[in-house]
Design a binder for this molecule. Sequence first.
Ligand code: PLP
Length: 446
Amino acid sequence: MNERARPETVGTTLEKSAFFMPFSMNRHFKKAPRLVSRAEGLYYYAPDGRKLIDGTSGLWCVNAGHCRKKIVEAVQKQVAALDFAPPFQLGHPLAFEFADKLASIAPEGLSKVFFTNSGSESVETALKLALAYHRVRGEGHRTRLIGRERGYHGVNFGGTAVGGIAANRKIFGALVAGVDHLRHTHDLARNAFARGQPKHGVEFAEDLERLCALHDPSTIAAVIVEPVACSGGVLVPPVGYLERLREICTKHGILLIFDEVITAWGRLGKPFATHHFNVVPDLITTAKGITNATVPMGAVFMKEELYQAFMQGPEKAIEMPHGYTYSAHPLACAAGLATMQVYEEEGLLTRVADLWPYWEEQAHALKGLPNVIDIRNIGLIAAIELSPREGAVGARGLDAHLKAFERGAYIRVAADTIALAPPLIIERAQIDELFATVREVLKTLA
Ligand code: PLP
């Protein structure tokens, strides 16, 4: 059963390895590596064969579970037939087929698709589309971009600039000019242990009016927010908040971008969070679950009128001077089409609606355990916020991550907040298994 694991890597020192690991504590990790060498369904397997439940769908991306046969086979077949085709001034049929398939699932009106290779690239693309859209319509004065504190929009320049996690920004200097941030919506004093959307905080959306008054709305091109801010600690939008953001953007002619890199593809019990909240942005960024993370890919969805604004002028002119060598890569399109088939056959884009109440109960059953100061949940996402150790923010969270790995669960943490978001194929017994491990970890944390 563990034939593909490689026991010979166990105990090998990685301290001199050339690999500069991303978003990792390189020295700490290389001294005591945590490796996985195989995955199937809901589980990772360490090289020694030890089984780990995947509590965060990899990086919130393996929505259908690992190594799904249909997706693996589609990629294998595609790589043998057409390994690559330039996406500029040339096409391959799967790119068009996949875009049409995606548009048929996307919220109504978001009918055109621009392919990228990651969430970060989707964010850069959406920001550039927003700026260019205003420019081609004669509103080139709209150059400001508004993000939100504690937001995460990937790691490229635009995404880092509109992002609002201080630790991710501080060593990179001034980043992009003309960016400002809404305040975040976390309000522990009023909303601790809320189930689903917190009751208090619609007024946080008025912060956009403050920025409009400060900069003048005619200078603002777009506002970008995650409908649920996941990487920044799972901040669920207060009731009415997204609706109000939408109203203010519409009133001032500002484009609203929902960064759905995590929340799309069934995480909240509907294909997109946009469907769940019933608030429609002008652009949506996605990635991750679009191919079940089998092959890197991202996509930006835009309203028809945005696309049409570019389709002016001479036909023999390139309408959007933007794109990536690997946009609509044949392997990614093949993986994506197979992924959508798996999602449809297994009802995964809506399955969470059934799991949600049970998931919520199990998450909130952790209330009262040592150091737990908040539990938040929405869809198949839960966050357990721990009080930080004095003078050592994040240390308790890191311990939770390490102890969970020892006890057979892979979980993510954002500072002292544990974030859980398993693959959408999870069954109740496995939800129990995951929370039982987290419970044991919490009991032993100093
Ligand atoms: N946007 C959001 C909301 C994300 O959660 C992420 C990654 O977690 C990104 C963008 C960046 O995606 P990637 O790591 O694929 O570049």
